[in-house]
Design a protein around this ligand. Structure first.
Ligand SMILES: [Zn+2]
Length: 475
């Protein structure tokens, strides 16, 4: 049993007032809410960092399972109760610590927000402390972890948020709908209605019975605000060990590259039954152009100013192109997997294509290409797991692109340029000197990924050709 997750976004309408958008007061209130929550988070991070021993406290308890007394780390819920008792004044604890009097500094702070902030602070403080211990143990001078930041997107739990999509008939316009949020106006905490941009995609995802909705996060940006709903689904998937016992198991192998973003091959009973090439449609070239422009600008403007990010718009454009490409490739891979229920998806453990190159822009481009491959890998895993319950396996990438997928001999790569055949390391085509097999190099690598999964020793010369000859399908 596993769990798949996804995020469904709902935009708050911050458009013009006469077109149904939220007014400026409400927009300012959102900013004020995020800001006051950040301050509260900073308060608790400071509080927990001042009590590092408490975070590491061991609690003894009686284990029903083992029928004996045991010790464990103090849980976040226990820490929360402890922190509230010390910082919040209640009837049973009228006098909180004078230096950490939360009730005094944040009057009438809703308890649900306070709890979410404390939980956040516990996570941040613990992570900082463990990084710090690791850094001290490593004995390095560089790389001291910085103090944790207090900013985060607020989580809206049930008591601070309401979204009612069922009163549809009462609305004057079926697309008008409101989300009720508990927000801080700068002086007091109030419930306010915010118009949302409802659409049928959101409604379909929100109402999908297979997915369980969790508390949304408020993502506030410069010109937009949105609610991000995490959704989870229970997934029943076979263990890979069980799948491997199936003699007619279908495996889907993906080789990730730069120009061919993904080469997908499907294998059953030792035969390749489907092949798909996903090219980048000139993305690499396009990105290279932008990076060249950035490199030139950086060269012209000299030493960069510390703490200032240059060429933000181009970087954003590049990032978005990468994300978009990754999503599209992941969708194609998921569609292939959906055709073969019960299949196993194979990736190579990502090896880095070294960012060495002729120029700075070429190096930057290579780095971006590596990022993109990581993104494709990541989102394909998530998508195939959620859509068709496919389990992903990462296989050993040893030699997949160097050995012949037909006979196992070490081959060479070459390209045709100007009608001549040139042997080079990054050639597009693969040639086997033993069996004279010629194929697209990425296709050859993709077929070898299957062999790596089945432990067929693809780097050893096979005396006889395999019983089922691999189908030499070429685009
Ligand atoms: Zn060969």
């Amino acid at each position: 049993m596993g769990q798949a997750t996804r995020t469904t976004k709902l935009l708050l309408d911050l458009g013009k007032r006469d077109q149904g958008g939220a007014n400026t007061d409400k927009q300012a209130a959102l900013t004020a809410t995020v800001e006051v929550l950040n301050r509260a988070r900073a308060f608790y991070i400071h509080f927990f960092l001042a009590h590092p021993d408490k975070l590491a406290e061991r609690v003894s308890y009686f284990s029903e399972k083992h029928q004996e007394g045991r010790e464990r780390l103090i849980s976040p819920n226990e820490l929360l109760t402890w922190a509230e008792a010390l910082t919040v004044s209640t009837r049973s604890h009228p006098h909180p610590l004078p230096s950490y009097n939360f009730s005094d500094q944040f009057p009438e702070f809703p308890f649900i927000y306070r709890r979410s902030v404390i939980k956040d602070a516990i996570g941040k403080a613990r992570s900082y402390l463990s990084h710090l211990t690791n850094w001290k143990a490593s004995g390095k001078n560089k790389g001291q972890p910085g103090l944790p930041g207090a900013t985060n997107h607020p989580t809206l739990y049930d008591e601070a948020f309401r979204l009612d999509l069922d009163g549809t008939d009462l609305r004057p316009n079926p697309r008008t709908c409101f989300a009720r949020l508990k927000i801080y106006t700068g002086t007091a905490w109030e419930w306010q209605n915010y118009p949302v941009n409802l659409n049928r995609y959101f409604e379909a995802r929100w109402r999908d019975p297979a997915w369980e909705n969790q508390s949304p996060k408020l993502i506030l940006r410069k010109h937009s605000a949105a609610l991000h709903f995490p959704q989870v689904k229970e997934v029943k998937a076979k263990k890979v060990k069980e799948s491997k016992g199936d003699p007619h198991l279908v495996t889907v192998a993906v080789d990730l590259n730069v120009k061919n973003l993904a080469v997908i091959t499907v294998r059953q009973d030792g035969r390749i039954i489907e092949t798909a090439f996903v090219t980048d449609h000139g993305l690499d070239r396009h990105r290279y152009g932008h990076l060249k422009c950035i490199a030139k600008k950086q060269w012209q403007s000299g030493t960069p100013v510390k703490g200032e990010h240059s060429n933000q718009q181009i970087w954003r454009h590049v990032r978005r192109m990468n994300e978009d490409a990754a999503d599209k490739v992941a969708r194609i891979i998921a569609d292939v997997c959906a055709k073969y229920p019960g299949c196993v998806l194979l990736f190579e453990r990502l090896r880095k294509i070294k960012p060495t190159g002729r120029s700075k822009s070429a190096r930057m481009n290579r780095r971006q290409a590596n990022q993109l491959r990581g993104k494709i890998n990541h989102s394909s895993k998530d998508k195939t797991y959620a859509v068709c319950n496919t389990v992903t396996v990462e296989v050993n990438p040893h030699g997949t692109s160097q050995y012949c997928s037909r006979c196992g001999a070490k081959g060479e790569r070459f390209s045709h340029r100007g009608g001549k055949r040139i042997t080079e390391k990054w050639g597009k085509l693969f040639f086997c000197p033993v069996c004279h097999y010629v194929a697209n190099a990425d296709f050859n690598a993709s077929v070898n990924v299957h062999r790596s999964f089945y432990r067929e020793w693809h780097w050893k010369l096979r005396d006889k050709p395999p019983r089922h000859r691999l189908l030499e399908s070429q685009p």
